[in-house]
Design a binder for this molecule. Structure first.
Ligand code: GLY
Ligand code: MN
Ligand code: MN
Length: 465
């Protein structure tokens, strides 16, 4: 019996642990603990599919539940990577499948030592004795915090025997978030693969779509393509929203009929080896945009092009949003959905009636990935307000996803009612600008018309980003 894990050379994970160790050394060393998570019951004997904790997987590549990494860093920077994991268990493996057990895990994942999770509390006691600092992601894992607290109590009880107990507990989140915010080559390669699968799934969905089908049938097409190409699961609940449902930003029911003359908004992306992709496309159910739909679509598309152009190193995270908002707002004025000057519409935020979300977010192992959006150096004292968004740097990955959502209401002509459009791509910040690596999903009006007319038999030439 075997496992496809680790999926990457173990040096990949060792390098990440070494980076973390350098940061911990700078804080005087100590023991960092990161858990893999637990299986959760869905209903009587049926579990939710287990998804390993992103931080844990980032540092180990180890896929099992009930495991914990302990990174022990001396004040001089000497580092040991230790794993606690489920022991081998013949009966459980007959029922549930292969598990590594400490011995094979240590060898397969390039760790310094591995132990059974059955010995976790005792092992933790030995690891934490005479250390000054414990690092964990505070507020994220009650079970771990409580285990550490118990161990601290026990160690303090041994003080008369000359045993020292850590007196500092530090939050690990910020250090790990900052590491994960900048993607290494391995991560970018996986993210590009995930994006290729998702882009193909969107193309197939367009080709398959016909009036009278249901949203869930299109969802099934997406899931089929994801799984067919080895993705473990969707990175988030797929949004397949026909007609007015597209104006519900996180629509999830996916159970309505698709009507001739309506648009269909699909926000769906696969997860591959724990990395998310996140793509939205909007297209006409019958394959041809109406004049009103096309007019709104082109405003959103031009807003997205403007946001893409603003995504470059040195720009701030908010710049693509501001660029998109300007184009969307001018578009709303041109379509007479807003009747005021551009300046007034921007100042009063009148556009938020039709565009109420941000233009992007970090993307990585989590669809809304970790990492601060604020400038880490911003201090009021040097004239940079603390709420200033951070500068984009090469290796960061973000989504670019403007939209317009036109619910019926005062001043909305009938032809625009219930049009909901979002166009979302994923981009890597590069040395000169950005790489839109989801561009294979058809996006221009002409490309969409062509794909839908030919039932997916044409291959779409990449146009712009
Ligand atoms: N699919 C979630 C988002 O676009 O943020
Ligand atoms: Mn999305
Ligand atoms: Mn998104």
């Amino acid at each position: 019996m075997s496992s496809r894990y680790p999926t990457q050379p173990v040096s990949v994970y060792a390098k990440r642990r070494a980076k973390l160790a350098r940061q911990l050394k700078a804080q005087g060393g100590g023991v960092a603990l990161v858990q893999s998570g637990l299986e959760v019951m869905r209903n009587r004997d049926a579990d939710y599919p287990f998804r390993v904790d992103s931080y844990f997987y980032y540092l180990t590549g180890f896929p099992e539940p009930e495991a914990c990494l302990a990174l022990v860093v001396s004040p001089r920077g000497d580092t040991r990577s230790l794993l606690f994991c489920r022991p081998k268990h013949l009966e459980r493996e007959i029922w549930d499948g292969f598990r590594f057990g400490p011995e094979s895990a240590q060898a397969a994942f390039g760790l310094d030592a591995a132990f059974s999770m059955d010995d976790f509390e005792e092992g933790l006691g030995e690891l934490l004795a005479n250390q000054s600092t414990v690092y964990l992601r505070m507020g994220e894992d009650d079970a771990l915090e409580s285990a550490v607290s118990d161990v601290l109590k026990t160690l303090r009880g041994k003080v008369r025997m000359g045993v020292g107990a850590p007196h500092v507990v530090r939050d690990l989140s910020q250090i790990l978030d900052d590491l994960r915010l900048f993607k290494d080559k391995t991560e970018l390669d996986i993210m590009r693969k995930a994006a290729r699968i998702s882009a193909q799934a969107h193309g197939h969905a367009m080709a398959a779509c016909k009036p009278g089908m249901h949203e869930f049938e299109i969802e099934a097409e997406l899931l089929y393509t994801f799984r067919k190409h080895g993705s473990e699961a969707p990175a988030y609940g797929s949004i397949v929203a026909g007609g007015a449902n597209a104006c519900v930003l996180h629509y999830r029911a996916n159970d309505q009929r698709l009507n001739n003359g309506d648009l269909l908004l699909i926000d769906a992306g696969c997860e591959l080896d724990c990395y998310a992709s996140d793509i939205t496309r909007t297209f006409p159910v019958n394959g041809r945009f109406s004049a009103a739909q096309q007019a709104v679509y082109e405003v959103v598309l031009n807003a997205q092009y403007a946001a893409i152009a603003a995504t470059k190193p040195g720009a701030r995270f908010n710049d693509p949003h501001d660029a998109a908002v300007k184009v969307l707002t001018q578009g709303l004025i041109d379509l007479k959905l807003l009747r005021m000057s551009l300046k007034d519409a921007l100042d009063s935020k009148a556009y938020t009636r039709f565009y109420m979300h941000r233009t992007g977010h970090w993307l990585g192992m989590d669809v809304h990935d970790c990492g601060s959006y604020r400038d880490p150096s911003a201090k009021p004292s040097d004239g940079v307000a603390p709420h200033t968004s951070r500068k984009l740097e090469p290796g960061m990955v973000l989504t670019i996803e403007p939209g317009l959502y036109i619910r019926p209401g005062k001043g909305v002509p009938k032809r625009f009612e219930n049009i909901g459009i979002r166009i979302e791509d994923d981009a890597i910040v590069t040395a000169k600008g950005c790489e839109v690596y989801t561009a294979d999903a058809p996006k221009t009006v002409d490309d969409i018309h062509a794909v839908m007319k030919e039932g997916g038999r044409v291959s779409v030439a990449r146009t712009r980003g």
